[in-house]
Design a protein around this ligand. Structure first.
Ligand code: BES
Ligand code: ZN
Length: 620
């Protein structure tokens, strides 16, 4: 064994001994093991001896009662099991049948705050089919039922689901582990004037009778099953790409995401064929708790990225990139979430670089580095490891910039060590060899060591990056000449005044960098001067709005622009923006102002955002 591998081995061995993380790392979770029945991951009750292979979902959406009713029929792979276990949360289970409509016994286990309840169903060793008749409740955590007022056109109600990480079980009883893949088809009935779409083959027109049929022929994990229902129209971007949006949003969205087909082509050129047939985007109402969600064939996107100038489309590159990293090669458990997101951020920035140049990608990387530094400062050390131990916790806790940005910089380091050509070939192979499979961190490190590190004879402190805290010393340095000029402008604003700055050619990214670097102790007069000069408070770019409002709250300037902040927090439900703004209220001694705004805005937010803000603001 060469010295460097010895070093890696010792570090990893030491780590395994002193960290509980490794115990949670179940390396049996990709393949069912004939001899041993194992629980597939920490966040699912399902067991390996009876697993789901295909779902036939049949649901009716009742917008008056705000419930989904119907059944989930599964084809299962059964290794002589006499029980099959599903994950459920807040579902009303009516009955369960096996083949030939034969009723069978079932039992709901104890409730857990995060995990919900196991549904244990009696089966025979020969059982191949299980059907669960059920309905959801109006407050199902995955589903948001919106009234017309909460949509763009204000005429029709809307519904969307958000499955990741463990919420699919709140609208479909399922084996809700990213380690279990299945194909699905669905028959969905909705009010006649609405259209339903899913992470599957989709209609391009309303059906007239409110009935829709969907097929997802590639096996996917349950967190990627998604549905939206609303007054939707379809518009084409390119041969394989298009947009679903409410009528008044469609034209704007088609312009904003006009480069999507080019992104798809660029992605395929770098890392291999797109294996999901079509790539469409649905623009959701602003309460969508995320920027984007990579539901296969149909990315779910917040309307807040429609800035009018295509400046925030790296989000589309990101969700598209998940078609390889995440959807094709999937993290085995939520402890391995960085494998989904770190690769995706890396891939996203390569797409952006290919389309818009290195300077653009550098700015994105630097903004990402700033996010990473902020998270490293805020989080407890053990939450700054790439590989996490989320046992007994909400997997949402792992959704920090560590997975995204530390993951990105680790991959960038590998790229720099072996050179881009070799790295790209390796990454293409990684996607190809693991297509439609899951991978955990341990397996990944083995693969990385054998297929990239050893053949190229390079030395990388993998264990420190993956199992250690913070940002390792050899983190790649990114610089941006354009940001250097912005840094000088931040100084100049304070010494010579806002009107002396030349900013005509600045992109929103440069503005964002500028705002992020304003001190938090500027005088009211200076804040006003800056606002008058650059009209941040009236910006229509959500990134700039959110960054500026945060500075305004921290500087005590917010009283001057309270209507704008109020409006933003009332309309936008994207957690990435809500968290820093409400936190700024809290930490600047203005908790009551924050609570008052929240009380009014809360009914507009999705359960995911509500849960985080309730905790943050100490309300129920
Ligand atoms: N898959 C994530 C969203 C997610 C992660 C939902 C974990 C639930 C649990 C998605 O791909 C994502 O990362 N979205 C980002 C945007 C992206 C450009 C970084 C977001 O929503 O902010
Ligand atoms: Zn992502």
């Amino acid at each position: 064994m060469k010295l460097k591998y010895l070093y890696l081995f010792i570090f990893a061995a030491l780590y395994i001994q002193c960290s509980p993380d490794q115990n949670a790392d179940n390396s049996n979770n990709t393949q069912p093991n004939e001899s041993k029945v194992v629980q597939l991951d920490d966040h699912s009750y399902s067991k390996s001896d009876a697993i789901t292979k295909h779902l036939n979902l049949n649901l009716t959406a009742d917008f008056d009662k705000k419930i989904l009713t119907g059944f989930a029929r599964y084809k299962i792979q059964n290794q002589n099991a006499t029980k099959i276990i599903f994950d459920t949360k807040d579902l009303n289970i009516q009955s369960v049948t096996l083949e030939n409509d034969q009723k069978t016994g079932f039992k709901l286990g104890q409730k857990d705050d995060h995990m919900g309840q196991p549904l244990e169903i009696d089966i025979k060793p020969t059982t191949k089919e299980v059907t669960i008749y059920y309905s959801t409740i109006p407050t199902s955590e995955a589903v948001q039922w919106l009234n017309p007022q909460q949509t763009a056109d204000k005429k029709h109600p809307f519904l969307f689901t958000q499955g990741q990480a463990i919420l699919t079980r709140t609208w479909i009883p399922c084996q809700d582990s990213p380690g279990i893949r299945m194909t699905y088809d669905a028959d969905i009935t909705v009010p006649k004037d609405l259209m339903a779409v899913m992470s599957a083959s989709n209609p391009t027109k309303k059906s007239g009778d409110g009935k829709y049929h969907f097929e997802m022929k590639q096996p996917i994990p349950p967190y990627l099953i998604a549905m939206a229902i609303g007054d939707l129209e379809f518009g084409k971007i390119g041969a394989h790409t298009g947009i679903y949006a409410e009528p008044s949003m469609l034209k704007k969205a088609l312009y904003e995401f006009g480069d999507t087909e080019k992104m798809l082509v660029a992605a395929e050129e770098m890392y291999g064929k797109y294996l999901w047939d079509r790539y469409d985007i649905i623009v959701l109402p602003p309460s969508f708790p995320f920027g984007g969600m990579e539901n296969p064939r149909l990315t779910f996107a917040t309307p807040t990225v429609i800035a009018g100038d295509r400046s925030l489309t790296s989000l589309i590159a990101h969700e598209l990139a998940h078609s390889w990293s995440g959807n094709l090669v999937t993290n085995a458990t939520w402890n391995d979430f960085w494998l989904n997101e770190g690769f995706t951020v890396y891939f996203e920035r390569r797409i952006m670089e290919k389309l818009y140049g290195a300077e653009y990608a550098e700015m994105l990387s630097l903004l990402g580095y700033q996010d990473l530094e902020a998270d490293v400062k805020d989080l407890e050390a053990h939450d700054t490891h790439l590989h996490l131990n989320l046992h007994g916790r909400n997997p949402d806790d792992g959704m920090t910039d560590i997975a995204y940005e530390k993951g990105y910089f680790f991959l960038k380091l590998l790229e720099e060590q072996v050179g881009r050509d070799k790295f790209d070939k390796w990454l293409s192979n990684y996607f190809k060899e693991h297509a439609f499979k899951t991978i955990n961190t341990k397996q990944f490190i083995e693969y990385l060591t054998e297929s990239l590190i050893k053949p190229n004879n390079v030395e990388v402190n993998i264990a420190e990056w993956v199992y250690g805290p913070g940002i390792p010393n050899n983190c790649p340095q990114v610089t941006s000449d354009r940001f250097n000029l912005v840094d000088a402008a931040v100084e100049q604003v304070q010494t010579k005044g806002a009107s002396t700055i030349q900013t005509r050619t600045w992109s929103p990214h440069e503005w964002l960098h500028f705002i992020r670097h304003l001190p938090t102790d500027l005088s009211q007069a200076k804040m006003k001067e800056i606002d008058n000069a650059f009209t941040f408070s009236k910006s229509t770019n959500c990134e700039i709005q959110a960054a500026w409002y945060e500075v305004a709250i921290k500087n005590g300037y917010f009283q001057n622009i309270l209507p704008e902040i109020d409006q933003f927090l009332f309309e936008v439900g994207r957690r990435k923006f809500l968290t820093p703004l409400y936190r700024a209220f809290k930490e600047s001694g203005n908790l009551e102002v924050g609570r008052k705004i929240y009380a009014k805005a809360k009914p507009n937010y999705h359960a995911i955002s509500v849960q985080t803000m309730d905790g943050l603001l100490g309300v129920e």
